[in-house]
Ligand binder design. Structure first.
Ligand code: PMP
Length: 391
């Protein structure tokens, strides 16, 4: 064999450096020491009995945070997008009809994913910042007769908290599964999976839960499982095939588990700890805290003369706030200034809200009045120092 043609990279001889930063964008959130330390525990085999115990703890924590008794409850190895694909790829077969509610980027992405597996996709569209009425949803369900209806509970690109009551019942009336994205809302805004008739619900680890990114809790109702386990074709993804995942997570009632993929064990430790933190505070207390802090934040923004992007108070997501991009300023200069001067991340819009908004996420441990004060001070400072056009 010839000698190495690629020399050892000099940059890897330097030690790892990661700054501390206030991550107050739409995610990830800061991870408190307790959860970081949990993730620093030793790696053991992903099929060892202790890991299965930890996975059982995680399942119970997810059932609590989702308010569901579903047996088919687990965490996929990957981010929120992985859970979205897991939900869609398992429930929908090529040629079936999918309806996505698009009032921001997440409905667009769900529609894109469904298209990729050969579904017939229809959308109902609301302007960014808007919601759908149950009557509009029912009309679309009766017209398109979808297998699956997608809705984002917390639309983090536009800052909308979508009402959920009554929609599950409508879906079931039309023999449709109700899929809800709660990546940006679980633990921060009230949701009751079973009571609200949600068939598939997923979230991410890195927002209100304050765990590092990389695991995504998901749960399937009995109705969803009936559809999934009676499909005619195999799901397009081996990695996300629910029959394999159900076995790995001990949800299929089989006496033994078979190797499917190597579970990210240290990410499981952190996720378990993050769920334990939520259990300690209590789901209702956590939601109330997020609501109070959001109202305090919104009042502070308005008293500075800034405008909230979501007009209707009830429809404002308590975890991610969208602020109308201040007139005359370049939003990129504002976010860059705040990062440089205050060591604090806030972000611009995403998808249909690009250029229209600034987004501030205060989730989990980040949702506190002192943090609101810090963001308000940073914004005031930015508006004083950033370039403002005269037009
Ligand atoms: N849905 C919503 C509502 C989100 O806010 C996000 C993350 N911004 C996602 C899905 C995707 O999650 P991830 O970035 O973890 O893949």
């Amino acid at each position: 064999m010839s000698s190495l043609s690629i020399p050892p990279p000099k940059r890897l001889e330097k030690p790892l450096v990661v700054p501390y930063r206030h991550v107050f964008g739409p995610g990830p959130s800061n991870v408190p020491p307790r959860i970081l330390e949990a993730g620093a525990n030793p790696v053991i085999g992903h099929m060892h009995p202790e890991i299965f115990e930890i996975m059982s703890d995680i399942k119970s924590g997810i059932r609590y945070s989702f308010q569901t008794q579903n047996n088919m409850t687990l965490a996929v190895s990957g981010t929120g997008h992985t859970a979205m694909e897991c939900a869609i790829f398992n429930t929908v077969e090529p040629g079936e009809s999918v309806l996505a509610a698009v009032n921001g980027i997440w409905g667009e992405r769900a529609a894109d994913m469904a298209e990729r597996i050969g579904a017939r996709v229809n959308t109902i569209v609301a302007a960014p910042g808007g919601c759908f009425t149950n009557a509009e949803i029912e009309q679309a369900l009766s017209k398109h007769r979808p297998t699956l209806f997608f809705l984002a509970h917390g639309e983090s690109s536009t800052g909308v908290l979508h009402p959920l009551d009554g929609i599950g019942q409508l879906c079931h009336k039309y023999n449709c599964l109700f899929l809800v994205d709660s990546v940006a809302s679980i633990g921060g805004a009230p949701l009751r999976m079973d009571q609200q008739g949600i068939d598939i619900l997923y979230t991410g680890s890195q927002k209100v839960l304050n765990a590092p990114p990389g695991t995504a809790p998901i749960s399937f109702s009995e109705r969803a499982c009936q559809k999934i386990f009676n499909r005619k074709t195999k799901p397009v993804s081996f990695f996300l095939d629910l029959s394999w995942l159900a076995n790995y997570w001990g949800c299929d009632g089989k006496p033994s588990r078979v190797y499917h993929h190597t579970g990210p064990v240290t990410a499981f430790y952190s996720l378990r700890e993050s769920l334990a933190v939520l259990v300690e505070e209590g789901l209702e207390n956590s939601c109330e805290r997020h609501q109070k802090v959001a109202e305090y934040f919104h009042a502070g923004l308005e008293s500075m003369g800034l405008k909230l992007f979501v007009k209707e108070k009830k429809a404002r997501l308590p975890t991610v706030t969208t602020i109308v991009a201040p007139h005359g300023y370049d939003w990129k200069e504002i976010t860059a200034y705040i990062m440089k001067t205050h060591n604090l991340e806030i972000s611009g819009g995403l998808g249909p809200s690009v250029g229209l908004v600034l987004r501030v996420g205060l989730m989990g441990c980040n949702s506190s009045k002192p943090n609101v004060d810090m963001v308000l001070a940073a914004l005031k400072d930015a508006l004083k120092h950033c370039h403002k056009s005269k037009v």
